[in-house]
Write a protein that binds this ligand. Sequence first.
Ligand SMILES: [Zn+2]
Length: 70
Amino acid sequence: MRLLITCKQAHQMVSEGLDRHLSLGERARLKMHLSVCDGCTNFNGQMQLLRRAMRKLPLRDDSNDQDRTS
Ligand SMILES: [Zn+2]
């Protein structure tokens, strides 16, 4: 397992993180990359905002409501 990932890999992880849960190792590597890379930190922040906005809007399947606990 490589500890340092490229910006391309970081972007990919951020994007994939919207659709699935990243493993502990993936998250650790991503976090490590974000701590040294401003560009990916910004990208990650924008994606998180986007994800939060998308959660508020019922864009997906209305009937699939089971994991909305809060
Ligand atoms: Zn980066």
